[in-house]
Design a protein. Structure first.
Length: 103
């Protein structure tokens, strides 16, 4: 994942939406390796690599993530067409757009 994508996610993070959360979002990118987001009570930490026990794991390309985050790609459509694979607490993935709203 490019640094600019990570920076964009960090800058869009809505701490208010993350209040009371304690979750790990694991991302496996087909074109950029693995990263995970630690969201804990209104804070965000981005780490490279794989977490031992993520709340939800998402596999996709960085382009698919960018499309979902900017509203050009519907997350459910990406999931149904195989562009996005999710394991674990799949419903948690639906919170990404509220945690990182478009500006």
């Amino acid at each position: 994942m490019s640094l600019s994508t990570l920076d964009k996610l960090k800058s869009r993070f809505d701490a208010q939406s993350a209040r009371g959360m304690d979750d790990i979002f694991q991302f496996h990118f087909s074109d950029a390796g693995s990263h995970y987001l630690v969201i804990k009570d209104g804070t965000l930490e981005v780490q490279e690599g794989e977490h031992d026990d993520p709340s939800v794991s998402l596999s996709m390309s960085t382009d698919t993530l960018k499309g979902i985050m900017n509203g050009e790609v519907n997350g459910m459509t990406a999931f149904m067409t195989g562009k996005l694979k999710a394991t674990g607490n799949v419903m948690l993935a639906t919170k990404l757009t509220s945690l990182f709203p478009a500006s």
